[in-house]
Ligand binder design. Structure first.
Ligand SMILES: NC(=O)c1ccc[n+]([C@@H]2O[C@H](COP(=O)([O-])OP(=O)(O)OC[C@H]3O[C@@H](n4cnc5c(N)ncnc54)[C@H](O)[C@@H]3O)[C@@H](O)[C@H]2O)c1
Length: 267
């Protein structure tokens, strides 16, 4: 077990949020939350490894970071394909060293009434949202355990905590609930070896995943009314939570699901 720290003061609070020298791999970094995460972590000093199943969008994210004079690279990684996950993590370790932060972000949604939900659709969502999170956590975990520590931030959803009621989405609720539980189980399993595992559970955010929902003004008005902070979210609303959980600022936090939902689930 790690020794109890004897520190009784924090000399430089801002330094707690720095990630200098850390290799931070983001899945689904070609769009939305993943692209935001790669930018934020790079600006905090990390080498941002932008990965996506779509190589062009991953490269665009990395190129935008490089254009700021920060450190980044892009890799093709399909989280639902074990060979792709293993190959990408091996290539990243060989080129940049072990991954110290994983933002386990790639995810999909296939909404529709449960009584008509096809098994193939269910399987597709499970393979990305649940198996993908497992595979990437496994590969990152191996590198982090070997290096003596690391931080995994899974992106779940408030729909992993509550049952929804807006657009039927059973496979999404089930897989995001599984992410919340994988977070706890991995945190318990790896905590003694220096690897922290937490998740962020966002509300509706304006990204490619939700374009069609945001095109329904009535739905958004109802959502805004039900959100104590009075509005739906944007990816930037997650920046602070991502940086907190990725960095030493959260050094004594593990197994936590951090709702970033404008207060939705507090009702
Ligand atoms: N947008 C929201 O309202 C919201 C709310 C809660 C949670 N989330 C979660 O946040 C995460 C990111 O969502 P987003 O809103 O940024 O979506 P998005 O559609 O904007 O981006 C998702 C990215 O993941 C990539 N991707 C999809 N399948 C992949 C796979 N098999 N392997 C690798 N990459 C893959 C896509 O190419 C895309 O670049 C997802 O896990 C989603 O469930 C989103």
């Amino acid at each position: 077990m790690p020794a109890h720290p004897s520190v009784t003061d924090v000399a430089d609070p801002a330094a707690l949020f720095r990630l200098d020298g850390t290799v931070a791999l983001v899945t689904g970094a070609g769009s939305g939350i993943g692209a935001l995460a790669a930018r934020v972590l790079a600006r905090a000093g990390a080498t941002a490894i932008a990965t996506d199943r779509d190589p062009a969008t991953a490269k665009a994210t990395a190129d935008a970071i490089l254009a700021e004079g920060l450190a980044a690279a892009s890799y093709t990684l399909d989280v639902s394909d074990e060979a792709s996950v293993v190959a990408a993590f091996r290539a990243v370790e060989a080129a940049h060293g072990p991954v110290g932060v994983l933002i386990n972000n790639a995810g999909i949604a296939k909404r529709g009434a449960s009584e008509n939900l096809a098994l193939a659709t269910w399987d597709e969502v499970v393979s990305v949202n649940m198996t993908g999170v497992f595979l990437c956590a496994r590969e990152a975990g191996r590198q982090m355990l070997g290096a003596g520590g690391g931080s995994i931030v899974n992106i779940s959803s408030m729909w992993g905590h509550v049952g929804g009621g807006f657009a039927p989405n059973l496979s999404y609720h089930a897989t995001k609930g599984a992410v919340v539980m994988m977070t706890k189980a991995l945190a318990v399993e790896w905590g003694g070896r220096g690897v922290r595992v937490n998740d962020i559970a966002p509300t509706f955010l304006r990204t490619n995943l939700t374009t069609h929902l945001f095109s329904d003004p009535d739905l958004i008005r109802r959502f805004d009314e039900l959100t104590p902070l009075g509005r739906t979210g944007v990816p930037n609303d997650l920046a602070g939570a991502l940086l907190f959980l990725a960095s030493p600022a959260s050094a004594y936090v593990t197994g936590h699901s951090l709702l970033v939902d404008g207060g939705w689930t507090a009702r």
